[in-house]
Design a protein around this ligand. Structure first.
Ligand code: CP
Length: 306
């Protein structure tokens, strides 16, 4: 049974197919309005979410299917001690596909090997968030025309940010991508990303603490929130949370066609004064995520039936 646990579970060619399906959904939504009639998605969210859960649910509804699920472990039998493995077996009796978010790294993988239906990782701890990556790749494609020959800056919490780890993994497979990694030293990208991925593939990257110094180089700026929920100590979070705040004056040396992204939710990292700048793409990114999730649901359900 095909699931999506890590973005690398999809080849670049499959991501291209999803992108072309998403383009077609935008152009011809009526063609897709009954594709999943009679099918159900179960959204099993053990951690808070606005975008990911609601976009999976909106995606399935727009495909003519329906939705069951829970938002919060306290609203499920996890509160009574039920395991993820048992939950996956149980939900396989009710639904056709699962989208799961869980605070523990690997929980959606455990679900996938116990379920008899496809499981989509909707974010596991500080590990991966592959459908956010699909939204991010589609945003870059829509705004830049292709995913190629770009300097991509990641700024903020590069240590705990699962969206950052997934997107770097994905972009490392495209041609001509260079990374600029901007963070406080304590929130730097994990060493394994450099030693296991960037260095062996010879992918160029620089690390810095100074966002404004590197701004003129960037084609894409991916801002991130400091992940409060992953800190062990409130004092460290309070000290680091406002390390970077993108304000209009900080864009004075930025490219005219810079693409500003953020997986959201934002806290203080991007001033609301940036929202009207034509380079601000983070709300478009939300919408693009729904189309990519529609394309993904259709693909996995089709493969499950084959
Ligand atoms: N980007 C993202 O995962 O948002 P939510 O936590 O609201 O789902």
């Amino acid at each position: 049974m095909r699931s999506l646990i890590d973005i690398l579970d999809l080849s670049v060619e499959e991501i291209d197919e999803l992108i072309h399906t998403a383009d077609d959904i935008i152009s011809h939504p009526e063609k897709y309005s009954e594709v999943c009639k009679g099918k159900k998605i179960a959204t099993l969210f053990y951690e808070p979410s606005t975008r990911t859960r609601l976009s999976f649910e909106a995606a399935m509804l727009e495909l003519g299917g329906s939705v069951i699920g829970f938002s919060g472990a306290q609203n499920s039998s996890a509160a009574k001690g039920e395991s993820v493995a048992d939950t996956a077996k149980v939900v396989s009796c009710y639904a056709d596909i699962i989208a799961m978010r869980h605070p523990k790294e690997g929980a959606p993988y455990v679900a996938s090997i116990n379920a008899s239906i496809p499981v989509i990782n909707a974010g596991d701890g500080g590990h991966n968030h592959p459908t956010q990556t699909l939204a991010d790749l589609y945003t870059i494609y829509r705004e830049k025309g292709e995913i190629k020959d770009l300097t991509v800056g990641f700024c903020g919490d590069l240590k705990f940010g699962r969206t950052v780890h997934s997107l770097i993994n994905a972009l490392a497979r495209y041609t001509g991508i260079r990374f600029v990694l901007i963070s406080p030293e304590e929130l730097a990208i994990p060493e394994y990303v450099k030693t296991d991925l960037l260095d062996p593939k010879g992918i160029p990257y620089t690390e810095t603490t100074d966002l404004e110094a590197v701004m003129p180089e960037l084609d894409v700026l991916y801002m991130t929130r400091v992940q409060k929920e992953r800190f062990f100590n409130e004092e460290d979070y309070l000290r680091l949370k406002d390390s970077y705040i993108l304000e209009p004056k900080k864009l004075k040396n930025a490219k005219e066609d810079l693409v500003i992204m953020h997986p959201l939710p934002r806290v203080n990292e991007i001033s609301v004064a940036i929202d009207d700048d034509p380079r601000a793409c983070y709300f478009k990114q939300v919408l693009y995520g729904k189309y990519m999730r529609m394309a993904l649901i259709m693909k996995l359900l089709k493969e499950a039936q084959a």
